[in-house]
Design a protein. Sequence first.
Length: 60
Amino acid sequence: MKTIERILIKIAIIQFIFLVIAQVFFHEFNAFPELKQITQYEGVTDNNHSEVLNSFRSKE
């Protein structure tokens, strides 16, 4: 059982390392400029918390 746990821990660490590398690749090197445009279009990167709070308050 300990050998399986060790293997699973190693796999999880390797996946985390690849996740970090992929995130750096996508964000720092601007690998897909279309992806950046889509996130800006959808408003994911904007800090519009006040609009959300105002809409919740207006429903009360």
